[in-house]
Write a protein that binds this ligand. Structure first.
Ligand code: PLP
Length: 502
């Protein structure tokens, strides 16, 4: 005769607030079976006795038994009661959590070659402070100034009017009305003439780069990147098995002649001509023409990342490189994740017409499209004129924050750090005085809660000057002033230390 368990033997955990009696009893019995505390073949107490012992309605106990029986944990013998099923292998019943290997190499050994490649190139090997908006955080917009109430009103209106067709269907290239808005916006603000069909909605720059890698590049293809440059792009290119060729950037942007010398037959050049990341130089017109001429002569693609193109403070934004392209070799990429907020995860590509159909077919098997509701909310935001308004407002805020940084640097950082003359973007470069190492500055600043990024972290090949990348967009004036004073203390200390050593 199998042993009859009593629930008091089983030490059931107390019921959590909010859990129904059914949920509690079901979970506790199931866990007792899975953990092996209720052995296969053992008989459960009758529903009547559980009901009495735990003061639960008998119907609730019967429902929990029925649920466990239908899921295969219990078997019911008429007239004799409910038993833990014996056919589930012991190992499965005693399911424990998978042991996490101690060393990363052990985890990676189980991956495919592609998985190893993808996980082998960290996006950015840097530690951050724990603050949510420290003084110099790079790449973060002024989130406290985002019009959240307006955004939620637009979202609520959309949700109230949502139709069955919006819930059931979506276009793989993206929500068409959004693509219409983007095409109009690009015509007015970035000088790009394109049709909505050439616009492909993605989850942002990373998603766009991944799509382009899959569609246009094969393993071992060579690809120009800017040096220093955006590590998010080179990490993805390396993870895609491409050979990354770092090409130096000078005062006019990526040095095309140098690129040709290093690797004439690259398949693609990834560039940030509006506001080079991270140096902040704008690619000159002659360089742009040189780039186009090179791409046409060797049949290469140019991937133009226009991530900060909207934010020029003193002069009008330059038109995009894409607007000069007559041969269809430029793919334009932009993102709403920086101009609006980073968790939005919406960006887009403008692709030459010959790529539209293959990209649509490929997206149908990769990821189809980002959530249509988010796309529709963004569409209403742009159609209402709020994107233009937001950009203008952010431009003013960022310009005034940059001014505070420039003034603070003049006052407190003279002889320690010289700011690059920036007139755009969301970050700038501070060139360090001779003898101060950018990694030392990063480590000491971090230990004091100040977040700066050493320029060398963006460089594939050593860069001749030591500098720090300083974001100025996300923090208010007081935080910036505090940051400048703190950074001055850090740099002074490093300079003093250097002198005493030498
Ligand atoms: C050069 C550059 N492009 C694009 C992005 C934004 O990428 P995503 O849209 O994937 O967030 C960043 C973010 O810092 C960036 O620095």
């Amino acid at each position: 005769m199998p042993k009859k368990e009593t629930l008091s033997d089983l030490a059931l955990a107390p019921r959590k607030s909010g859990a129904t009696l059914f949920r509690w009893l079901y979970d506790e019995l199931r866990t007792a079976i899975v953990d092996g505390r209720l052995k296969p073949g053992s008989r459960l107490p009758s529903s009547r006795s559980i009901s009495r012992q735990h003061r639960i309605a008998r119907g609730t106990v019967v429902s929990a038994f029925e649920q466990l029986t239908s899921e295969g944990y219990l078997v019911n013998h008429v007239g004799s009661g409910s038993y833990v099923k014996g056919i589930v292998p012991d190992g499965l019943l005693r399911a424990t959590r998978e042991k996490v290997p101690e060393r990363i190499e052990q985890s990676r050994a189980t991956l495919s070659a592609r998985g190893r490649c993808l996980s082998g190139f960290p996006f950015f090997p840097i530690r951050w402070t724990s603050g949510s908006s420290p003084a110099f955080r790079v790449g973060q917009p002024a989130l406290n100034d985002f019009p959240t109430s307006l955004w939620s009103r637009i979202a609520a209106r959309r949700l109230r009017g949502v139709s069955a067709s919006m819930l059931s269907r979506g276009d793989v290239l993206g929500y068409r009305p959004l693509r219409v808005e983007i095409a109009n916006y690009l015509g007015s603000y970035r000088g790009i003439k394109c049709t909505p069909d050439e616009v492909v909605i993605t989850t942002g720059t990373q998603g766009s780069l991944d799509l382009i890698c899959r569609m246009l590049l094969d393993r071992h293809d060579k690809i120009w990147v800017e040096n220093p440059g955006y590590p998010g792009a080179s990490a993805l290119f390396r993870a895609s098995g491409l050979e990354v060729v770092p090409v130096p950037v000078d005062a006019e942007g990526l040095d095309c002649k140098n690129g040709r010398r290093l690797c004439e037959n690259a398949k693609l050049a990834y560039i940030t001509p509006a506001y080079q990341f991270p140096l902040g130089v704008t690619m000159s017109l002659s360089r742009r023409l040189e780039m186009l001429q090179w791409a046409q002569s060797v049949g290469a693609w140019i991937l133009e990342d226009d991530y900060d193109g909207e934010f020029r403070f003193a002069d009008r934004p330059l038109v995009a490189l894409r607007s000069l392209d007559t041969s269809g070799c430029v793919i334009y990429s932009n993102t709403f994740n920086k101009v609006l907020f980073p968790t939005l995860r919406l960006g887009y590509l403008v692709v030459p017409p010959r790529l539209i159909e293959p990209i649509a077919a490929a997206k149908a098997v990769i990821d189809r499209f980002p959530g249509v509701l988010e796309q529709a909310i963004l569409c209403d935001f742009i159609a209402g004129g709020y994107l233009g308004q937001h950009i203008r407002r952010m431009r003013e805020i960022y310009a005034s924050r940059l001014e505070v940084l420039v003034e603070g640097a003049k006052r407190d950082l003279a002889g320690l750090l010289e700011l690059s003359p920036a007139g755009a973007g969301m970050h700038t470069i501070g060139w360090l005085a001779d003898g101060i190492d950018d990694n030392d500055a990063y480590e000491l600043a971090l230990s004091r809660g100040i977040e700066v990024i050493p320029l060398s972290k963006f460089s594939e090949k050593p860069f001749e000057k030591q500098g720090l990348v300083l974001g100025f967009a996300s923090s208010d004036v007081r935080a910036l002033r505090r940051g400048v004073t703190g950074l001055a203390g850090v740099l002074r200390e490093l300079k003093r230390g250097k002198k005493t050593k030498s």
